[in-house]
Design a protein around this ligand. Structure first.
Ligand code: PGA
Length: 255
């Protein structure tokens, strides 16, 4: 299948930013800028902003996501949010396994797998993050590591469920550092992920899989990254906090 037939998805990851009034203002500013987007547009916002952003985005083409969810349905898990709590609100997407969760909050490939399965069971679309640290790249193990992260994260995920999975390749050394992977580096690893999907599932699944690049993607470099044959979209941190910048990336993905 041709890249043009895959769904391009540009998702903003607001991380721990924006109060409710600020979140509302950002979505209101973004709505007219992306209303004619030729790709899917998602904003993944802090839990406290979900209701505000769902409300502000109503009737627009902006979809709303959370940045994490727990793998149990309910219970004694202080500070956590379940997948069902998200779907009940109308949330459609969730980021799982972001490197900041892996680095700072003890997330492992095994818990990423559990969260992915719980989110899919609840009907959410999962933006599953994988990516190597700088020392992994320097040690020459990027491909193996990212393939392994992908395999473990998707363990026991069915081919049918895979239709609701987007994979975001995010080299950790490129996140929030202003150091973007070159278009070629991004494409190489996205192709490794696609080959992994083909191995574990089949070619049709691999051809249909939306694979994003994330890591200092911005208004200036998005077009080149998104033009790569295996890069189907972007997961955008810093640049998603500025509506004009984010909309330039959406435009680049709409071509
Ligand atoms: P960045 O973040 O665009 O600020 O590098 C990307 C991400 O962490 O998803």
């Amino acid at each position: 299948m041709n890249k043009a037939l895959r769904k391009a998805v540009i998702a903003g990851n607001w991380k721990m930013n924006k109060t409710r009034p600020e979140a509302k203002a950002l979505v209101e500013e973004l709505k007219p800028l992306v209303k004619d987007a030729g790709c899917d547009v998602v904003v993944c916002v802090p839990f406290t902003n979900l209701e505000t952003v769902l409300d502000a985005a109503k009737g627009s083409n902006i979809k709303v996501g959370a940045q994490n969810c727990h793998f149990e349905k309910s219970g004694a898990f202080t500070g956590e949010i379940s997948a069902d709590m998200l779907t009940e609100m109308g949330v459609e997407y969730v980021v799982i396994g972001h490197s900041e969760r892996r680095q700072y909050f003890g997330e492992t490939d095994a818990t990423v797998n559990k969260r992915t399965k719980a989110a899919l069971a609840a009907g959410l679309t999962v933006i599953l993050c994988v990516g190597e640290m700088l020392e992994d790249r320097e040690a020459g193990i990027t491909d193996e590591l990212v393939a392994l992260q992908t395999k473990v994260a998707l363990k026991d995920v069915t081919k049918e469920q895979l239709a609701k999975v987007i994979i975001a390749y995010e080299p950790v050394w490129a996140i929030g550092t202003g150091k973007t992977a070159t278009a070629q580096q991004a494409n190489e690893v996205c192709a490794v992920i696609r080959a992994t999907i083909e191995k574990v599932y089949d070619k049709a699944a691999a051809d249909a899989m939306t694979i994003q690049y994330g890591g200092s993607m911005n208004a200036g470099n998005a077009a080149e990254l998104l033009a790569q044959p295996d890069v189907d979209g972007g997961l955008i941190g810093g640049a998603s906090l500025k509506a004009p910048d984010f909309s330039v990336i959406v435009d680049a993905a709409s071509k």
